[in-house]
Design a protein around this ligand. Structure first.
Ligand code: HEC
Ligand code: HEC
Length: 360
């Protein structure tokens, strides 16, 4: 009897983790998907090299903003996981307190854009964003900035006129949209930037390699962290290809977080839907590359990922995670860091005087 027991124990050890992984991987495959190795297509768009080149230029272009001083890349730093390191956001600078920057990496896989989902897709995000005065975006709490539609349209028109006055851009737009007679148009700015953003994906993370069958890709603690992530209930909200980005949830399902995490004046998704059920609901953020995107939460309330995990356990699930459990979950989260896109900096057309007196 005892011999038999020992024999089966030995067999278990010999078969090793490879076998033990199988059920965990099966469960994980039902919940998560790896990031594809090639950028996904945007329906109705063809990503020509000319459109991608223009989109990249515009992403790095400070002249897109009304006061010619801030580009997408300033807040979405591609050397820092697509965020700004907390310098401009999260209340670390009293004047700029507002919502924390969300990363552009893998944003193409989110069901909607922004913490409250007020933009339907990447092109919509650009066209209806407040690029006219992007800094104002960081100053607002409580959802969409009240944009005066007339002013917004005028600001977009000024941006278009500015690009029309720069010969390098006129030809870049022509090459990107050869079928159009008047290609320097704001919608095309949105389309080109969206196509470029769709290339900002981070495949091949250790977790994705493990999901595809490489048993060695995750350390044991990371596998245990994954198991906890599933069994404690984190994956009910953070799932799919982006391990998030697919739904909204109230921050504070079980327990209201402290006001620095959930200030009473930002009602989140409610500002978009006006539905009471959406009060304090936010988009479940993607946890891809989360080790690179501190500070965390829509407020940027903490730089400490362990703290963020502990807050989630308490507020969303009503569980006090032990230090060991938190460490293992964080070890798993670290395995979500993928291969960062290698972006060759674009050379932007030379400066010209602004076509109109500088606004502001
Ligand atoms: C001044 C800083 C700043 C600038 C400039 C800026 N952004 Fe953002 N971006 C943010 C902040 C802050 C958020 C989150 C705001 C919110 O959700 O309310 C955000 C959100 C986004 C999102 C949503 C991501 C998601 O997961 O929902 C995308 C996409 C994005 N920005 C792309 C861009 C592009 C493209 C540009 C240039 C046209 C740009 N941003 C310029 C700060 C900035
Ligand atoms: C009921 C849905 C839900 C559950 C369950 C849940 N989360 Fe979240 N998670 C959210 C929402 C919503 C946010 C955004 C909160 C905010 O800032 O408003 C979030 C934010 C986070 C963040 C911050 C990410 C960032 O980029 O700012 C981390 C990390 C995180 N969750 C991890 C976890 C872990 C680990 C668990 C399990 C212990 C978990 N979550 C359980 C909905 C959930």
């Amino acid at each position: 009897m005892r011999l038999k027991l020992i024999a089966s124990l030995v067999a278990l050890c010999v078969s090793g983790l490879a076998l033990a992984d199988v059920p965990l991987r099966d469960r994980a495959k039902e919940l998560f998907e790896p990031i594809p190795s090639a950028p996904p297509a945007i329906p109705g768009e063809t990503a020509t090299p000319q459109k991608l080149a223009l989109g990249k230029m515009l992403f790095f272009e400070p002249r897109l903003s009304e006061i010619r001083d801030v580009s997408c890349a300033d807040c979405h730093n591609l050397s820092m996981g697509g965020v700004d390191g907390g310098a401009l956001s999260g209340g670390h600078n009293g004047q700029l307190a507002g919502r924390e920057v969300l990363t552009v990496m893998n944003a193409i896989f989110n069901k909607s854009q922004y913490w409250d989902g007020r933009a339907a897709d990447l092109a919509d995000q650009v066209v209806n964003s407040v690029m006219a005065n992007p800094k104002a975006m960081l100053k607002t709490r409580g959802g969409p900035m009240p944009i005066n539609p007339t002013e917004h349209a005028a600001a977009k028109q000024r941006a278009v006129e500015q690009f029309k006055a720069i010969p390098g851009y006129v030809s870049a737009f022509k090459q990107a949209f050869p079928e159009q007679s008047d290609p320097v148009a704001y919608d095309n700015i949105g389309r080109a930037i969206a196509l470029f953003e769709a290339t900002l994906i981070t495949p091949d993370s250790p977790f994705d390699r493990w999901l595809k069958g490489d048993d060695q890709a995750l350390a044991d603690a990371q596998k245990e962290g994954l198991k906890l992530f599933i069994e404690k209930g984190c994956a009910t909200c953070h799932n799919g290809v982006n391990i998030g980005g697919a739904m909204y949830a109230r921050f504070g399902v079980v327990k209201q977080p402290a006001p620095d995490y959930l200030p009473p004046d930002d009602w989140g998704r409610y500002a978009v839907t006006k539905a009471i059920a959406d009060k304090y609901a936010f988009k479940v953020p993607s946890l891809r590359n989360v080790e690179l995107t501190a500070p965390y939460f829509h407020t940027g309330a903490t730089f400490d990922l362990k703290k963020a995990v502990a807050v989630m356990g308490e507020s969303q699930l009503g569980v006090a995670l032990s230090a060991d459990e938190t460490d293992k979950i964080v070890a798993f989260l670290d395995s979500l860091t993928g291969h960062q896109p290698e972006v060759v900096l674009p050379i932007l057309p030379p400066r010209t005087a602004p076509p109109i007196a500088q606004a502001q």
